[in-house]
Write a protein that binds this ligand. Sequence first.
Ligand SMILES: Nc1nc2c(c(=O)[nH]1)N=C([C@H](O)[C@H](O)COP(=O)(O)OP(=O)(O)OP(=O)(O)O)CN2
Ligand SMILES: [Zn+2]
Length: 117
Amino acid sequence: MIIYKTFQFDSAHYLPHVPKGHKCGKMHGHTYMLKIFISGTPELNAGWVLDYKDLKEGINPIINLLDHNTLNEIPGLENPTSENLCIWLWNIIKPIFPGLIKIELNETPTSGVIYEG
Ligand SMILES: Nc1nc2c(c(=O)[nH]1)N=C([C@H](O)[C@H](O)COP(=O)(O)OP(=O)(O)OP(=O)(O)O)CN2
Ligand SMILES: [Zn+2]
């Protein structure tokens, strides 16, 4: 069974490697939507794979690193495309939640990435 939880954060960024004149080369911001998917078998007694609360408490410190910050200033996010941000998130979250199987990240309501490790 797969459970998921959605998180939201607001960050500024620019993309340093886009061609000259590309709008994403300028500093701008997004309200990112992040969905974390965890796979597991529901525990017999509890009846859940993982308490959503525990998932929230594990992920929130990571969200706090990103929220209202400039992504380019965070080590490992010097080129903060959605793709690179997903890989960065995966590398931090997987050791905390080994059941992680998928990350879905929306940079805008119409653009996003799905990463499965
Ligand atoms: N594959 C990727 N392409 C782009 C990324 C990215 O991370 N991966 N990022 C950007 C920019 O950050 C840009 O801010 C978002 O691009 P875009 O979806 O084009 O934004 P719009 O607001 O113009 O979206 P519309 O819904 O089409 O108006 C660019 N590309
Ligand atoms: Zn952008």
